[in-house]
Design a protein around this ligand. Sequence first.
Ligand code: UDP
Length: 329
Amino acid sequence: MEKKRVLITGAAGFLGSHLCDRFIKDGFHVIAMDNLITGRLSNIEHLFPNENFEFYHQDVSQFIHVPGKLDYILHFASPASPIDYLKIPIQTLKVGSLGIHNCLGLARVKNARVLIASTSEVYGDPEVHPQTEEYWGNVNPIGPRGVYDEAKRFQEAMTMAYHTYHGLETRIVRIFNTYGPRMRLNDGRVLPAFIGQSLRGEDLTVFGDGSQTRAFCYVDDLIEGIVRLLFSDYSDPVNIGNPDEITIGEFAEEIIKLTGTSQKVIYKDLPVNDPKQRQPDITKAKEILDWSPKVSREEGLKLTYEYFKSLSEEELHHKEHNNFDAYIK
Ligand code: UDP
């Protein structure tokens, strides 16, 4: 039987690369696309020898052309950490707007189903806790996070419009904090920051007083949720995340215990508009997808720490993994 063909944008990134692995494993033909600003070829180079894998070095914000049939498009291209989208704000806005427009246009031509990566950031600094899909959010459009939050909100609006007015098959996943192997060590996210600091013998930087909360989902659980959503018939947004909530201060203590570092916690200013609390309500995912996370934080953190420990000294001390300069216009 002819293989189903899936286009994955942002394929060389953290989540994109795990999706590539999953779809190859499940017998798909995978067309991976990335402009490699924040993605890294090392995340997917093990797939290059596979005849069912092809890579397009392309910016999805520009016109995209993919020959042949396409069954599914997964739009995962976007900077996704506060440091990244502060460095490349315009590209962040473009990939969430022009990028999704190109994907949706391509999907119409190919009669493909589209799944977009949305985010808990659409809820902003939430006044409703835990966050249900019905909550509309508390976002500052002109704050430093606005370029990401509003791009993702626009992306949802655009996707729903194609669904409603063009009858396109669409799926929207709202991804909460996720961690695991292949996160970039210096992307500014809290987990690689703390583990990197431990491995380099530096103090752990907690922003604010550490009382803000997050709930961390292991990447394998997230990927399973996304695959289930793609093959479901549900077109409204679905939260996927692990509701096990923790303060950032407690999280720092867990990392100190895990890594056995003798370093201490130091406190820095809380970034502007940093959400005070975040926890997914996953009732919908449970009911509609029969999905809930399986990997405990203890287990997931161990697996993630193993990955970071396996990095070379050079990578560990490298300050910049990104290739922003070539793309800043
Ligand atoms: N954070 C921290 N120290 C760091 C990096 C992040 O205390 O070195 C905090 C950050 O202010 C936020 C939380 O950890 O409250 C999660 O940050 P991350 O950037 O990972 O994700 P997001 O804020 O988008 O949930």
